[in-house]
Design a protein around this ligand. Sequence first.
Ligand SMILES: [Zn+2]
Length: 83
Amino acid sequence: MSTCSSGKRSYNNDAIAVEALIEAHVQFDYGKRSGPVAVYQCDECGQFHLTSRGSMNPKLEQYLRDGTMEKLRNASRWSAKWK
Ligand SMILES: [Zn+2]
């Protein structure tokens, strides 16, 4: 995996970056006003990074709205008890 001068973690493609974005919100309860909100392709390294600026990723927005995020968080907490 290449290193980018942005210092941000890089993801090979859009889908993986969105997965990481969702996962970040599962692990940390950012709510709607903080934390990473979207993914973008970097001009410098060509890979994808998370960003806290701009408009929210549609999938993340949907998950927060329709309760999927809450289910993922509950599942994550449940599984953590058994590790
Ligand atoms: Zn980059």
